[in-house]
Design a protein around this ligand. Structure first.
Ligand SMILES: [Zn+2]
Ligand SMILES: [Zn+2]
Length: 345
């Protein structure tokens, strides 16, 4: 079968690989029907992920059909249409039992990083009974494509904020994760959502689709005053930092009202400064996180109930055979691409 690998630093290649086989009783083999490219894939290619193994098939965001199952997987059947969790987790260790699957002692981010991922025709999914979720009949593969990664991350950001009915939630970063956070925040009861980004087309998109009620562009506006104006001078009740820019962490705690929750789901390339003397008395609650993606079934239900939708994130489709072109397109900032969907025959 065809599989996309990181051949070397900054170099990817579509190669021939043998189709995967069941090696553990909790495995499943999934025929990939749609997959996507994640910014983390770019991090791997650029050598920024220490655990990534050269030659591994890339990709961890996908949906497909189960074609083979290990004997211990009892909650799924061959032929099921499934959405995959970006994280591999056993469901049995201390962390899994507490819902902290990101720190599963037997798992973690493996697919497309240290074991062959989904940018291939078939993929072996370990711990398939925890990592795959059946897609409801009423939903298409497109509808479910982002459930296990981007949508889970967006939900996680909103969940960390402990949103209460009527809250004002500020979301820094109106990219795929920010868009998902806004929709989940709304579903959790947020009344006013403020979208912050320097990309004008993303600001327009979140405004025009009703994800954000107010948008702020730090390039042309004073973010602090704009947020104060929108919140009776208090500041936002909750802030989700999903941008990871040079000064977005500072913005996040500055625009928060006293006693707010500031949730950091962004990944930074540099250390950030937490100026405790300056923020003394503001009594903020900081939460950070790599997603504990434990709500896939619930998210599929929310999509089914039309509370949220990620269809808008697909900016462009490519055939899987053109995946190298798809990577260039996705990586080129001029294309203003939210997400790519790769189609398989
Ligand atoms: Zn990802
Ligand atoms: Zn575990």
């Amino acid at each position: 079968m065809k599989a996309l690998i990181r051949e070397d630093l900054h170099k990817i290649k579509l190669v021939e690989k043998p189709a995967p086989q069941i090696i553990d009783s909790r495995d499943a083999i999934v025929k990939v029907t749609l997959s996507s490219i994640c910014t983390s894939d770019l991090h791997i290619i650029n050598g920024a992920v220490p655990n990534a193994i050269k030659g591994t098939t890339l990709g961890h965001e996908f949906v497909g059909e189960i074609v083979e199952l290990g004997s211990a997987v009892k909650n799924l059947s061959v032929g099921d249409r499934v959405s995959a969790n970006c994280e591999t987790f056993c469901g049995e260790c201390y962390f899994c039992k507490h819902g902290f699957i990101n720190n599963c002692t037997n798992g973690g981010w493996k697919l497309g990083c240290s074991i062959d991922g989904c940018q291939a025709e078939y993929v072996r999914v370990p711990f398939a009974d925890t990592g795959l979720t059946k897609i409801p009949d009423s939903l298409s593969y497109e509808n479910a494509l982002f459930v296990g990664d981007i949508l889970s991350s967006g939900y996680f950001g909103a969940e960390l904020c402990e949103i209460k009915q009527g809250d004002t939630v500020a979301v820094i970063g109106c990219g795929p994760v920010g868009i998902c956070t806004m929709q989940c925040a709304r579903a959790m009861g947020a009344k006013k959502i403020i979208g912050i980004d320097i990309n004008t087309s993303r600001l327009e998109l979140v405004k025009n689709n009703g994800y954000a009620d107010i948008t702020i562009n730090p390039d042309s506006q004073n973010v602090l005053s704009a947020v104060k104006e929108a919140t009776d001078s208090r500041g936002a009740d909750c802030v989700v930092e999903a941008a990871g820019g040079k000064d977005t962490f500072r913005t996040a705690w500055q625009i928060a009202r006293p006693n707010a929750v500031v949730a950091i789901v962004a990944m930074y390339e540099e250390n950030q400064i937490l100026p405790l003397p300056q923020m003394y008395g503001k009594n903020l609650i900081f939460k950070t996180g790599g997603v504990d993606a434990t709500h896939c079934a619930k998210l599929l239900k929310m999509i089914e109930n039309k509370e949220i939708s990620t269809d808008i994130l697909i900016s462009k489709y490519f055939d899987f055979k053109d995946i190298e072109k798809a990577y260039s397109y996705f990586a080129d900032k001029n294309n203003n691409c939210l997400k790519i969907a790769l189609k398989y025959d």
